[in-house]
Write a protein that binds this ligand. Structure first.
Ligand code: FE2
Length: 270
């Protein structure tokens, strides 16, 4: 009888020890929820507070696949500053080439295709090194031109809304702002862009970027920008970039610039 009791106690102790051991093991259900893609790919998402759309005031630019957006006006609509042939070549060929090159670079990278163009440019270090410069140039070219077409229109004139007041407060007057903007665009050696941005401190600032770099890579929100690559102006202005910069104000769509200015207020410091 005692022997039977000892066996029962021993069995009970082994059973309890087994339960305790099992409880201390990692939970396989939790691990199975982490897919290989999540663990193998470094995160490219910036902190949520800076993930506001840049391509459009209300949405980011898809890379699955990237697509050429239509011009929001006829190619001749901006003739006060830019001729129809320049617009046609610029949009249909140059911008299309950035789109095609970006899609080719991401062809075998479905993990990157899931990201927006903005997400890739905000965190270029997370893009594999073998395609990083290709993505920087062509995602940048796609994003820059997508913004550029929107912030132009046939009826340029004086700024309206909150952006007008902000320009006066920051630069003193519209004329002072335009002069500084034009000088910065004129001083860009080679190819690039001149931008009005909201910087991470929430201030308006004029900056220039080389090549097809976009200001979001430096943490700035691009409110408006002018393309100072020769392909943007050479047919009408040849080497006279200053004349192009001066005339360009005749085709600025201030309503859209104002929309972007208000969207930029969502970023930290805004
Ligand atoms: Fe361009």
């Amino acid at each position: 009888m005692r022997k039977q009791l000892r066996h029962s106690i021993a069995f009970l102790l082994i059973f309890v020890a087994g339960i305790v051991f099992a409880a201390c093991q990692p939970n396989p259900t939790v691990n199975s929820q982490v897919t290989p893609a999540q663990t193998a790919t470094p995160t490219t998402s910036p902190s949520p507070e800076v993930s506001i759309p840049v391509a459009y005031p209300d949405r980011e630019l898809s890379a699955s696949p990237a697509q050429l957006p239509p011009l929001p006006y006829e190619t001749g609509a901006l003739n006060r500053a830019i001729d129809a042939q320049t617009m046609q070549i610029h949009h249909d060929r140059h911008h299309q080439t950035y789109v095609d090159n970006l899609n080719a670079a991401l062809k075998d990278r479905p993990d990157l295709q899931k990201l927006s163009v903005e997400a890739m440019l905000r965190d270029l270090n997370a893009v594999p090194e073998d395609i990083r410069s290709t993505v920087q140039n062509n995602a940048g070219g796609h994003l820059n031109h997508t913004i550029f077409w929107q912030i132009m229109g046939p009826n340029g004139g004086q700024p309206t809304g909150a952006i007008a007041q902000a320009i006066n407060q920051t630069f003193g007057s519209l004329e002072a702002f335009q002069q500084q903007f034009n000088e910065t665009g004129g001083d860009r050696f080679g190819s690039g862009w001149v931008w009005l941005v909201r910087n991470p401190q929430g201030q308006l600032q004029i900056v220039s970027t080389p090549n097809q770099d976009n200001p979001i890579t430096d943490g700035n929100y691009p409110i408006m920008g002018n393309d100072v690559w020769e392909h943007a102006y050479y047919l009408r202005y040849q080497n006279r970039r200053a004349d192009y910069l001066k005339n360009w104000w005749n085709v600025v769509n201030w309503n859209e610039v104002n929309n972007r200015f208000q969207a930029s207020a969502q970023q930290p410091g805004g």
